[in-house]
Design a protein around this ligand. Structure first.
Ligand code: SF4
Length: 331
């Protein structure tokens, strides 16, 4: 019989799409060859809440409200390179959403006692990412000491790494951890060359997953405190559920929320300020004038296309006027 997995609290909330991703800086002292950061973020001191570029704790609070966030995952870059920022943002989120707003923090560092003291009461869970070249001796490294100390101080403590050759070596530190998360290694625009140099290839033509990850983790995957996070899970469950939460909070009466969490609506372009007579028959909540165009339900555009002269399209995009996924012209 399969043993029950002991998922971290942060992972449980993430499975529900309930975690806001707070990227606190793209700065990082390390140069991991597999670093997945995009060129817009890598090495730049920028802050993002989910996909939105932000600046202040007010902005982060607004994004968290938009998705009815149950918690926040703080990531980077190296978040502890801007520890004051981590503290300021975490404080705000805990103040406005309460202690139950679960905060987990990624770091490439092995936090010392002073750092842990600064984070206590603000960060609930710490996920350390030791450098790849020490995985074989990680149980004799400062990461083991940090794990022991963090546990004593009441943090949930784990290691989170991408699946790389040698992942199985991390079994030596498992005894000191509450969890070990292994993320399927992903091919990206900034690490593609390093992947090719190491003869890595994609698993298939659909996902970004790199072939071989599960094999590198080996028997570790059978351990109940080890969690494998696949690339397809991140897209199909984690992101989709997060988008659905935002969509439910932000969709206009005429927006259709799709099963993927995207929004569908129709646009009649260039109407200026004079609406075609058809719209006088519609409930005012069923359309909106925006930038000289009228936005309405996609089916209004397709069904009454012949009564609306001008260019018409159906748009599918991420909620809250996010990324446009598809624009379909309507004849
Ligand atoms: S520690 Fe993380 S952010 Fe820094 S270089 Fe490595 S993978 Fe990139």
């Amino acid at each position: 019989m399969a043993r029950k997995r002991e998922l971290s609290r942060g992972c449980m909330l993430c499975h529900r799409g309930g975690k806001m991703v707070l990227f606190v800086t793209g700065l990082c002292p390390r140069t991991c060859w597999y670093c997945p950061l995009s060129s817009e973020r890598k090495g730049r001191d920028v802050i993002y809440a989910n996909e939105r570029l932000i600046q202040t704790p007010d902005d982060a609070e607004a994004v968290a409200r938009l998705m009815s966030a149950l918690g926040t995952g703080i990531t980077g870059g190296e978040p502890l390179a801007v520890i004051d920022r981590v503290i300021t943002f975490s404080k705000r989120l805990k103040q406005v959403f309460g202690d139950s707003h679960h905060i987990h923090l990624y770091t490439g560092k092995a936090p010392d006692e002073d750092t842990l003291r600064d984070l206590r009461g603000l960060v609930d869970e710490i996920r350390m990412h030791p450098p790849h070249d020490i995985w074989g001796r990680v149980a004799e490294s400062p990461y083991r000491d940090s794990a022991v100390l963090a546990r004593e101080m009441g943090f949930s403590i784990g290691v989170e790494v991408p699946s790389l050759p040698g992942t199985g070596d991390l079994s030596s530190i498992l005894h000191y951890l509450d969890f070990l998360n292994i993320n399927e290694l992903e091919w990206g625009e900034t690490n593609a060359e390093a992947m090719r140099e190491r003869n890595m290839v994609l698993e298939d033509g659909i996902h970004n997953a790199v072939r071989g990850g599960r094999g590198w983790a080996g028997d570790l995957l059978n351990h109940p405190r080890v969690h494998w996070c696949s690339s397809s899970f991140k897209d199909s469950v984690q992101l989709r559920k997060r988008l659905l939460r935002v969509a439910r909070n932000t969709a206009r009466p005429f927006d259709q929320v799709t099963r993927d969490g995207t929004i569908l609506y129709g646009v009649l372009k260039c109407v200026g300020t004079v609406l075609p007579p058809l719209f006088e028959q519609l409930d005012p909540g069923m359309y909106e004038l925006k930038d000289g165009a009228v936005e309405t339900a996609w089916w209004v555009i397709t069904e009454f296309s012949d009564k609306m002269p001008g260019e018409k399209v159906i748009i599918e995009r991420y909620p809250d006027r996010g990324l446009v996924v598809e624009v379909t012209p309507v004849a």
